[in-house]
Write a protein that binds this ligand. Structure first.
Ligand SMILES: Cc1cc2nc3c(=O)[nH]c(=O)nc-3n(C[C@H](O)[C@H](O)[C@H](O)COP(=O)(O)OP(=O)(O)OC[C@H]3O[C@@H](n4cnc5c(N)ncnc54)[C@H](O)[C@@H]3O)c2cc1C
Length: 284
């Protein structure tokens, strides 16, 4: 197996264009599992670990730009105050070892419906920055997911960053699994309140072929929340929000849970996360 080891983004993009069948490897926490179990035997690996442009974060036009290979541990430590939803989701990924290597770029590259960062990226309205030797493009994250483990990358493209607005209101993430750590989500849900725009963002994970929003739930709750009078929320509002979130999912029965259980759990997660976020909003 050939091992390509670029030391700059320009070199990485050239290598990607010249070897479109080479598998990019960032933290390797998905790729190495596939190689070790012989699920994949690529002709070449394109190692991104020595490309400095793919690590770190900055603020660009008021939005936070996280380079694709930045490990979860750094997102948690360095961005938890400005991107609380993504940091919460990152904290639930794997173990400390996995969080020291694994990245949002790798989560997007794998495009598993169960990837934990997807709901948080959706709720926050993230964009994915994609590059090739042909140029750079940015895609709203919801357009990046095309199917189970399929994404919108062309064979010569790499994910180079994600862009998110710093939180302007409370954000939450919640995940159901069979234990507290080292677990693939049975289902997951993220919520972001955007009080400035009277908007609510949602993200559903592990309950459809791709991560997805719950648009009807977002519209309903944004219109019903007493934004100027932060009183406790009525049970009927919370229940309806939960129902609309569950209706937006398209889960399957599998070894981790039944479709019925996933819908039920999502409605509970939706009610809980909205209650937590609204309590925080009311106290500010
Ligand atoms: C023990 C264990 C526990 C885990 N627990 C969780 C969990 O709780 N939640 C969760 O969501 N995931 C979990 N994972 C999966 C994995 O850690 C995450 O998906 C992680 O985000 C992958 O990041 P990485 O940098 O290691 O990606 P890699 O393994 O390097 O790559 C993953 C995929 O993305 C592609 N890729 C990587 N970077 C780029 C790029 N810049 N441009 C284009 N394509 C790219 C690769 O080609 C590959 O297809 C776990 C894995 C293990 C082994």
């Amino acid at each position: 197996m050939e091992f390509l080891r670029p030391v700059s983004l320009a070199e990485a993009l050239e290598a990607r264009a010249a070897h479109p069948d080479a598998v990019p490897i960032a933290g390797g926490t998905d790729v190495m599992v596939e190689l070790n179990f012989d699920h994949r035997r690529p002709a070449a690996l394109l190692d991104l670990a020595r490309v400095p442009e793919l690590f770190g974060h900055s603020t660009v036009d008021g939005r936070i730009r996280i380079a694709a290979a930045t490990p979860y541990a750094r997102i948690i430590d360095e961005l938890g105050d400005r991107l609380p939803g993504l940091a919460m989701a990152s904290r639930t990924v794997g173990s400390p070892q996995i969080r020291n290597r694994g990245s949002v770029g790798g989560n997007l590259g794998a495009a598993s419906p169960a990837g934990d960062t997807h709901p948080a990226l959706l709720a926050a309205g993230a964009e994915v920055e994609i590059a090739s030797t042909r140029g750079i493009r940015r895609l709203p994250v919801e357009e990046f997911y095309l199917g189970v483990k399929r994404n919108a990358l062309e064979p010569d493209e790499l994910i180079i960053a994600v862009h998110l607005e710093p939180a302007s209101g409370p954000q939450q993430f919640s995940k159901v699994g069979t234990r507290n750590a080292m677990v693939i989500a049975v289902c997951a849900f993220a919520l972001a309140l955007h009080p400035k725009h009277r908007r609510v963002g949602t993200g559903i994970g592990s309950a459809a072929p791709t991560p997805r929003h719950a648009p009807a739930a977002e519209e309903f709750v944004a219109g019903e929340l007493p934004w100027d009078r932060p009183v406790p929320l009525a049970d009927s509002l919370l229940r309806r929000f939960g129902e609309l979130v569950a209706e937006a999912a398209a889960p399957i029965d599998d070894v981790r849970g039944s479709a019925g259980y996933r819908r039920h759990a999502l409605s509970v997660l939706a009610r809980r996360t909205l209650t937590w976020a609204w309590t925080e909003y009311s106290c500010v």
